[in-house]
Design a protein around this ligand. Structure first.
Ligand code: SIN
Ligand code: FE
Length: 296
């Protein structure tokens, strides 16, 4: 099992004033996960009293903010409570930007932030008891690819922090390397029908036209999640991220599944390849090598 995603532990214990770290950058750009068990996100007593699964709205798993948009989405909270939750999420965004700006200044994190979320529900606590479709089931190993949000080869960087108030770990599984997963499933993918990407953009199914890359990434996401045998038997390892742990990875590249836990913060960045040092290791270049064609 030597092709399983590596977890590299870092002793980082503060969000501010980190210096640039090319070796950690190489770890994440090549598909590893950097875990910082001593990097807790401090929640105030007032914020802590609000921690409850019901903070998330019906059918919602995340409460989130988007840069450039006013306020928070996905919560039942109103009035002063809503403001406290919003301020807490904004504070997590600022902490995450400071961390990434320090460690990886070339990423220009702040300029590429796309959203910040707080996930107060326990994994497996399905909103409103509605059966979750297998496509949305993040307890199955997958790489992140979103139907309405094509990246056209840009990278998806995420900073997670387990803020469970007592002892509950965020239990993840991580899988094999992106290249190994892609080699396995590429033979089952189909190409984008002519005109399909243009039409989906035109009728606002997608925020921008899907590229051949996005079309492949969505299929890899679905093929892996849909293959129960693969889920059970592929190279994988379980890891518990304890409360007070922060971890960083490119989730478009790391095969991951969230198995257990409650109360998580997550910050997402969308980074163009011009900001990445090891472009050859990116999912786009990997898929281009494996398919022998240009995909954007
Ligand atoms: C995911 O990105 O698939 C879920 C991560 C989590 O909620 O721990
Ligand atoms: Fe995911």
């Amino acid at each position: 099992m030597n092709d399983v995603t590596a977890i590299t532990t870092s002793a980082i214990d503060t969000w501010q004033e980190q210096s640039a770290d090319a070796s950690l950058q190489a770890v994440i750009e090549r598909g590893g996960v950097v875990a910082c068990p001593s990097l807790a996100f401090a929640v105030s007593d007032e914020e802590g009293t609000l921690f409850d699964a019901s903070l998330a709205g019906d059918q919602r798993k995340s409460i989130y903010i988007r840069p450039g948009r006013y306020g928070i989405t996905g919560t039942t909270a109103t009035g002063a409570t809503r403001d406290v939750v919003a301020t807490m999420i904004e504070r997590y965004a600022a902490a995450s930007h400071a961390l990434i700006d320090g460690l990886f200044p070339d990423y220009h994190a702040r300029a590429h932030a796309t959203g910040t979320s707080f996930r107060p529900r326990a994994i497996g606590d399905v909103p409103s008891g509605k059966a979750l479709s297998w496509r949305k089931d993040d307890t199955r190993l997958h790489v992140d690819a979103f139907p309405s949000n094509p990246t056209r080869g840009d990278r998806i960087l995420r900073v997670f922090c387990n803020v469970h108030p007592t002892t509950m770990p965020r239990g993840w599984r991580v899988g094999e390397s992106f290249a190994a997963m892609a080699k396995r499933f590429l033979p089952r993918t189909r190409s984008l029908p002519p005109g399909g990407a243009w039409l989906m953009h035109k009728v606002h199914i997608t925020k921008r036209p899907r590229s051949a890359y996005d079309h492949l990434m969505l299929q890899l996401h679905d093929l892996a999640k849909g293959d129960q045998q693969y889920q059970r038997t592929c190279p994988q390892t379980a890891i518990d991220f304890m409360p007070g742990t922060t971890w960083i990875c490119f989730s478009d590249q790391v095969m991951h599944a969230a198995m257990s836990g409650q109360y998580l913060f997550e910050q997402t960045y969308r980074l163009p390849l011009s900001r990445i040092a090891d472009v050859d290791a990116s999912p786009l270049r990997t898929l281009e090598r494996l398919t022998g064609r240009a995909l954007v």
